[in-house]
Ligand binder design. Structure first.
Ligand code: NDP
Length: 331
């Protein structure tokens, strides 16, 4: 099978030298193993952290180790497991055409009328991050103004819609006019700031959120977050989910710089890690599936064709090339 390996650790933005596509032999499944033909691979911002040797919230990959992440595929063979050929499964698998997985790490999926790729997006890890991050950390209330960064993305798009369902007024930040249109028209945000079309984020935000910010769901960090902090209201809640603006930074810029605002507002800033909610994943997926089916939650996916394009799909996350969940379809 063809499989991507980490060829070397990147300095700054990863490039062709980072990824190496190799052909390896898999052999047959040993007892307790399942051979999966991969259909969809997830590429996610957190994978950038795994390419570095230093600490991040996911364990670093070693050089010459396969790249891996969430994937959906079809069981083609197994040895003494609960799975059968033809089952559709999700789990952590390598960037490959075929993967030999421990049965323990796989789950059978039923996405009903929805495409199986949703198990990597709105019904999977990003959807759950939005679900728990919104309910348990952001805690939007009716009448609040909530701001979401990377609003057109997999997590942000769902966060904004969940906050709207709670009765909040929701403002997004996204990186193009096209994205802002989707954020407002499809995801139902009240306003969206194309941050690439303005150099004064504070002014843009004070226009879009004239009553200040009661809740901020931070996917990006950096200058957008600095700007949002200046607009926090008393007792605001900030959920720190991601800092993608900084993941490729070779040197950390000084910051966050607007913490004085926390004194004035007694705002609460709290990080979140989706894995902490693992015992409740089924609850989240069941609720999300129901809301999607009922048309209360809209979702988007950006599908890149072909395993050989997985590195580009991954790098595109840092350029904002995706709308909604970025996946790679493997033939
Ligand atoms: P997205 O689908 O949101 O894709 C990433 C988006 O980030 C891009 O489309 C781009 O959109 C935006 N972006 C990239 N660079 C910058 C930048 N410099 N400044 C502002 N925006 C930028 O990804 P996910 O929904 O999968 O993840 C969103 C965030 O949540 C990430 O930071 C990720 O690490 C984090 N995360 C955290 C989890 C946790 O448990 N804590 C779990 C899952 C995700 P644009 O065009 O708008 O710039």
């Amino acid at each position: 099978t063809e499989r991507y390996f980490l060829a070397e650790r990147p300095d700054g933005v990863p490039d062709d030298e980072t990824f190496d596509l190799r052909t390896i032999d898999l052999g047959d499944p040993a007892a307790g193993e399942v051979l999966v033909k991969i259909r969809y691979l997830s590429v996610d911002p957190y994978m950038r952290g795994r390419m570095d040797a230093g600490e991040s919230y996911a364990e670093p990959w070693e050089v010459d180790e396969p790249l891996e992440g969430g994937a959906v595929g079809e069981v083609v063979d197994e040895a003494g497991t609960e799975f059968e050929p033809g089952d559709t499964v999700v789990g952590n698998m390598s960037w490959s055409e075929y993967h030999l997985a421990d049965a323990d790490g796989l789950q059978r999926i039923e996405t009903g009328a929805l495409p199986v790729s949703t198990a990597l997006g709105v019904l999977g890890m990003p959807g759950r991050t939005a679900y728990f991050g919104t309910r348990e950390v952001l805690e939007p209330r009716a009448g609040d103004t909530v701001v979401v960064s990377a609003a057109a993305g997999a997590v942000g798009s769902v966060v904004g819609q969940l906050a709207k369902l709670q009765g909040a007024r929701v403002v997004g930040f996204a990186g193009s006019d096209e994205k802002c249109e989707v954020v407002e028209e499809e995801f139902g945000f009240d306003a969206c700031i194309n941050y690439k079309a303005t150099d004064d984020y504070i002014e843009a935000l004070s226009e879009a959120a004239p009553e200040g910010v009661d809740g901020y769901f931070d996917n990006v960090g950096g200058p957008i977050t600095d700007a949002v902090f200046t607009q926090l209201n008393v007792d605001a809640r900030v959920a720190v989910c991601g800092q993608i603006a900084l993941y490729n930074a070779e040197e950390m810029p000084t910051g966050p710089r607007k913490l004085g605002k926390l004194i004035e507002t007694r705002a609460r800033v709290q990080g979140l890690l989706v894995g902490d909610f693992a015992p409740r994943f089924e609850e989240a997926t069941a609720d999300l599936a129901e809301w999607v089916a009922a048309g209360e939650i809209e979702y988007r996916e950006t599908v890149t064709e072909g395993l050989e394009n997985a590195p580009d799909a991954f790098l595109g996350l840092f350029e904002g090339e995706n709308i909604g969940k970025q996946v790679v379809r493997v033939e």
